[in-house]
Design a binder for this molecule. Structure first.
Ligand SMILES: Nc1ncnc2c1ncn2[C@@H]1O[C@H](COP(=O)(O)OP(=O)(O)O)[C@@H](O)[C@H]1O
Ligand SMILES: NC(=O)OP(=O)(O)O
Length: 314
């Protein structure tokens, strides 16, 4: 098999499924690393990125619940950076273990990544990115009373979640470093949680109260490193038409034009599947290569081309 440069994006909800403990999230990441090592064994170059929606929201809640003058809650950009550290650590640790098991000498490193966004991005006014835990309809009034400045929305039939601003990624501040690390044959974990959102002000980069969609950032990373494939791993086996209905239908192979038609027909929920489909399309259209969207649990099958939704150029 020819050697490829592959960008793998792991969803925050795929890492944190039901059990929010560090142990359970590490286990999910360890299983993924066990599968991803097959790329490395094949001689492929791997670039890893990940989401942080559930994790950044949970950490923010911990901060808010123990907020005091002596120990103040950190702002969202800083909490996002913390999740790059924690999830990056789990991934780095798990990949290093797999490399050692397979007697492969290769460096893995997590790069704290800032993503430049536009200060006038309309997303700052239209909150759309779900973060943190899911709440039931019955819990809504209590939550809204406790956190009156939160906006809560229904998230893809799974319950209600807080939403925050999610500006589009424009550029990756650490782009040159990422490219050098990949070209040097190392495995970088980059743009965690879509990257820490910053805006340019003169010589300064100013952190923003926002969470970037990691799927859009993953497409930027893939473009940056000139990837041969983009894998978006989440918690569902496929992209579905008529999702959540008795008629739901898994897409296995789909071309750009067909997928665009389904977007126009509003088949994919905003804030969950829609950004993945849009990011995959963006990559396929720019590169002329394939993207795959599928389940973290099926990663071995996806690598073999036997699972997930494969998005192909027309
Ligand atoms: N048409 C669709 N096909 C598949 N999944 C969909 C669709 N529309 C909405 N979804 C939802 O999108 C979810 C994946 O998005 P999300 O949980 O945000 O991903 P992540 O793993 O990146 O955190 C699925 O678990 C599913 O509930
Ligand atoms: N930042 C981000 O997009 O996270 P999720 O993949 O967890 O939604």
């Amino acid at each position: 098999m020819t050697k490829q440069r592959i960008v793998v994006a792991l969803g925050g909800n795929a890492i944190l499924t039901k059990d929010p403990t560090a142990k359970a999230q590490r286990q999910a990441v360890q299983k993924t690393a066990q599968a991803l090592i097959n790329f490395v064994k094949n001689g492929d170059e791997l670039v890893v990125t990940h989401g942080n929606g559930p994790q950044v929201g949970n950490l923010l809640l911990q901060q808010l619940n123990s907020n005091s003058a002596q120990n103040p809650a950190m702002p969202l950009d800083t909490v996002g950076a913390m999740t790059q550290g924690s999830i990056g650590y789990w991934l780095q640790n798990a990949l290093q273990e797999q490399l050692a098991n397979n007697a492969i000498t290769k460096s893995v490193l997590t790069i704290v990544t800032q993503t430049i966004v536009a200060s006038d991005d309309p997303a700052f006014e239209h909150l759309s990115k779900p973060i943190g835990p899911f709440y039931t309809k019955e819990q809504l009034t209590d939550i809204q009373n406790k956190y009156p400045n939160w906006t809560l929305v229904e998230d893809a039939g799974r319950g209600y979640r807080r939403v925050v601003a999610s500006p589009k990624p424009q550029r990756i501040q650490e782009a040159a470093a990422i490219k050098q690390v990949v070209d040097a044959g190392m495995i970088p974990i980059v743009s965690g949680g879509g990257g820490i959102p910053v805006v340019v002000k003169g010589d300064q980069l100013i952190g923003q109260e926002a969470v970037i969609d990691k799927d859009f950032s993953a497409a930027k990373v893939a473009e940056l490193v000139d990837a041969d494939r983009l894998l978006i791993l989440t918690s569902v086996s496929n992209v579905f038409r008529h999702y959540g209905t008795a008629d739901q239908q898994a897409l296995t192979q789909v071309k750009v034009k067909e997928l665009q038609k389904y977007i126009a027909q509003k088949e994919f929920a905003a804030g969950s599947m829609l950004p993945k489909v849009q990011a995959a399309l963006d990559f396929v259209q720019h590169s002329g290569k394939e993207a795959v969207i599928g389940s973290l649990a099926d990663v071995t099958q996806i690598i073999a081309g036997r699972a997930g939704t494969i998005i192909q150029p027309d």
